[in-house]
Design a protein around this ligand. Sequence first.
Ligand code: PLP
Length: 379
Amino acid sequence: MAHGFETRAIHAGQEPDPHTGAVITPIYQTSTFAQDGVGGLRAGYEYSRTANPTRTAFEECLASLEGGARAVAYSSGMAASDAVLRVLTEPGAHIVIPDDAYGGTFRLVDKVLAHWGIDYTPVRLSDLDAVRAALTDKTSLIWCETPTNPLLGIADLTGLAGLARSAGAKLVVDNTFATPYLQSPLELGADVVVHSTTKYLGGHSDVVGGAAITGDEELAEQLFFMRNAAGSAPGPFDSWLTLRGVKTLAVRMERHCANAEEIARLLVDHPKVGTVYYPGLPGHPGHEIAAKQMRAFGAMVSFTHVDGAEAARELCGRTKLFTLAESLGGIESLIEHPAAMTHASVSGSALEVPADLVRLSVGIERVEDLVEDLHSALR
Ligand code: PLP
């Protein structure tokens, strides 16, 4: 019988070291590997840009958790996205992106790939008819985030996979917000999963990284080739830190989600709060689909301030436990103002986010303390 998620997080790709018995995968902090005669590789490793045993352990673990054949790790989430976009497109191709994609993904598509002849259409991915209408005979991929950053929109992965297949396109899912503990896009028909491992997978806000996971060996080989050619691999220590984070993903996510549900409930009833964006709320337009394709609703919560943009900005500076900072997915709670911070790069575009929006990354502190902190800041 296949082992459960929590067991694979701790054991997949991670046998005790055969030479020393070290229970934890060592940090192979080396750039190169001695050869026994020209081409005589002892364990298949020759140079750490190409492959490194610490990174391999992390990749095998992640492939197992996402239910893929192979994972390819990168030095950042954006490096992973860039590699996947370049492997799956060519000049003249068209792609569909979410109309509230992560700002950095939009910037990559709009400011970098567009110059190489990649055409794109931003679409509300929760609307399958709109996605169908956007597909052309040149569409090579649909890029999906679900839940989205920062508006927590939900897309139907099975529906999107069907549309992609019928158009001869690939479905790529950025699974950063959900993590493999809450959502398994490959099982639902996606071709590739992308992560900013900087977030929940690393989980401790101490390392930047990314990964792409696929069930398609040929595509994995192309990604592996591209990473070696372009040199976007993470170092051994960053791979080790992320692998260490992954071991506790399941227990952290349980607590993250429970805390977020409670925070969302507090916000819904608060007179200073307008709309609350959280897929766990029964009134959220994507609630039913989220309940079907996710094991819980995640720990990102966004909301608007009834007094407008300035009040939203000021609120972000008033919390004490929720630290005002970019990023998300760490054990500590964070607060931010997307329009001026994480999503400043989409300002003036079709993806512009509301200026009165506040985004929370709910951490795993004692929830009563978090509630109290928000209550006093929302005074
Ligand atoms: N995808 C999502 C959903 C993100 O939130 C981020 C970063 O915030 C990225 C990708 C990019 O990841 P990184 O910052 O590790 O390059």
